[in-house]
Design a protein around this ligand. Structure first.
Ligand code: COA
Length: 326
C-alpha cells in the first residue's frame, strides 16, 4: 500500500473554499423547540449555533458547487481544468448521486464526477481516494468536496440528536506535481468497524422512505476518543513525524470535548486544535474542509504548514491524513 510520499507523481493542496446556508439556528431557538438549554448544549458539545438549509437554494448540489467554485478560483484554475470531482456526502439530493449536478452547475465539462459515502469520515476518505488517482498519473486536478445537509434527516423533536447537526460544504483542489515531484500528502490511515454499524444510522424504512438519524451518543463518544488518537499517531508515523511537528490539528467538528480529549492525550497546545463547531455544529463530511478553509482564509494556515486531519463517524469509519499545505 502506498500511503507515504514515494511515487513519481505527488499531490499538492492548492485551493480551498466553503459555503453554508444563510439561516442560523441558535441554541436559544432550539430551546423553544425541545426541552433543552443553551447552557446544556454549549457545555456538553461546544456548539452554540448552526446554519440550516432553507429549501432548494441550499441543496447539497448548490452548497457543494458554491464551495467548489471558490476552491477552483483559489487554486487559480477554471472549471474546465478539473479532471475529477469527488463529492463526499451522506445526504445526497438524489440517491443516484449528486456529483453530476455539481459538475453541471460548475460547468466542469471535462470532469468525471461521482459521490463517495463515508459519513463524517467522508472528507478524509475522499482525500485519500483523490490522491490515488493523482499518484497513478491518471488525473491532474481533482476537486474534492465534502457537503452535507443533515438537517433534512434530523428528528427535530429528539433533543439528543437535533442539537448536534448543521449544514454546509467545504472543498479542496488537489493537484498533481511531477516537475519536480513534490508530494505533500505525507501519510494517512483509514479504518472501518462494521460491528459498530448500528450506533449511528439513517436507516431505510421501506416504501421509499428513511428513518431520521438514530445515534447512541455515549458509545459514539467513547469510540471517537479511543480511536481518533490511534489513527492520527499511525498517519504521523507513516509521515515520519511526531505530534510536535503538527502546526494545525483539524478534527471532525463533532464535539469540543472530543477535541479537548485528543489535545490532552497528545499534550499539544490547544491553540493548534482548530475549532469552529460553536458556529456550525456538526456538518458531517463538510466539517473538516469548512474549518480548513476558514483557517486558510484567516491566514493562519500558511504554505508549508503541517496539517493533521481526522474524521470519524457512522460505519463505523474513521481515518486521518497528514499533509503539507500548498
Ligand atoms: N438537553 C438537555 N438534556 C439532554 C439533552 C439536551 N439536548 N440531550 C440529552 N439530555 C439528557 C438525557 O435525556 C439524559 O437525561 P437523564 O440522565 O435524565 O436520562 C442526560 O441529558 C444525559 O444524557 P447523555 O446521553 O448521557 O448525555 P451525554 O453527556 O452523553 O451527552 C451527547 C450527549 C450527544 C452530547 C454526547 O454523547 C456526544 O456528543 N456524543 C458523541 C456524538 C457525536 O459526536 N456524534 C456524531 C459523530 S460523527
Amino acid at each position: 500500500m502506498i500511503n507515504s510520499a514515494s511515487s513519481l507523481v505527488g499531490v499538492r493542496f492548492v485551493g480551498s473554499g466553503s459555503a453554508v446556508p444563510d439561516r442560523v439556528l441558535t441554541n436559544h431557538d432550539l430551546a423553544q423547540m425541545v426541552d433543552t438549554t443553551d447552557e446544556w448544549i454549549a457545555s456538553r458539545t461546544g456548539i452554540r449555533e448552526r446554519h440550516i438549509a432553507d429549501g432548494d437554494a441550499d441543496s447539497v448540489a448548490n452548497l457543494a458547487a458554491q464551495a467548489g467554485q471558490k476552491a477552483i478560483a483559489a487554486a487559480g484554475l477554471s472549471p474546465e481544468d478539473i479532471d475529477l470531482i469527488i463529492l463526499s456526502t451522506s445526504t445526497s439530493d438524489d440517491l443516484f448521486g449528486t456529483a453530476g449536478r455539481v459538475q453541471k452547475i460548475l460547468g466542469a465539462e471535462r470532469a468525471v464526477a461521482f459521490d463517495l459515502v463515508a459519513a463524517c469520515s467522508g472528507f478524509v476518505f475522499g482525500m485519500v481516494t483523490a490522491s490515488q488517482y493523482i499518484r497513478t498519473g491518471l488525473y491532474r486536478n481533482v476537486l474534492l468536496i465534502g457537503a452535507d445537509v443533515l438537517s433534512r434527516w434530523v428528528d427535530w423533536q429528539d433533543r439528543r440528536t437535533c442539537i448536534l447537526f448543521g449544514d454546509g460544504a467545504g472543498a479542496l483542489v488537489l493537484q498533481a506535481s511531477n516537475d519536480p515531484v513534490t508530494d505533500n500528502l505525507l501519510g494517512f490511515e483509514m479504518r472501518s468497524d462494521g460491528k459498530g454499524n448500528d450506533l449511528l444510522n439513517i436507516n431505510y424504512s421501506g416504501r421509499s422512505t428513511f428513518e431520521p438519524i438514530s445515534m447512541n451518543g455515549q458509545e459514539v463518544y467513547r469510540f471517537a476518543v479511543r480511536r481518533v488518537p490511534e489513527v492520527i499517531e499511525k498517519s504521523l508515523n507513516i509521515a515520519n513525524l511526531t505530534v510536535s511537528d503538527v502546526d494545525w490539528l483539524i478534527l471532525h467538528q463533532a464535539n469540543q470535548r472530543i477535541i479537548d480529549a485528543v489535545v490532552n492525550r497528545f499534550g499539544i497546545d490547544p491553540a493548534k486544535a482548530v475549532s469552529n463547531m460553536g458556529k456550525y455544529g456538526n456538518t458531517s463530511a463538510a466539517s473538516i474542509p469548512i474549518a480548513l478553509d476558514e483557517w486558510v482564509q484567516a491566514g493562519k494556515i500558511e504554505s508549508n504548514h503541517i496539517v493533521a486531519i481526522a474524521g470519524f463517524g457512522a460505519g463505523l469509519s474513521w481515518g486521518s491524513a497528514v499533509f503539507r499545505w500548498g
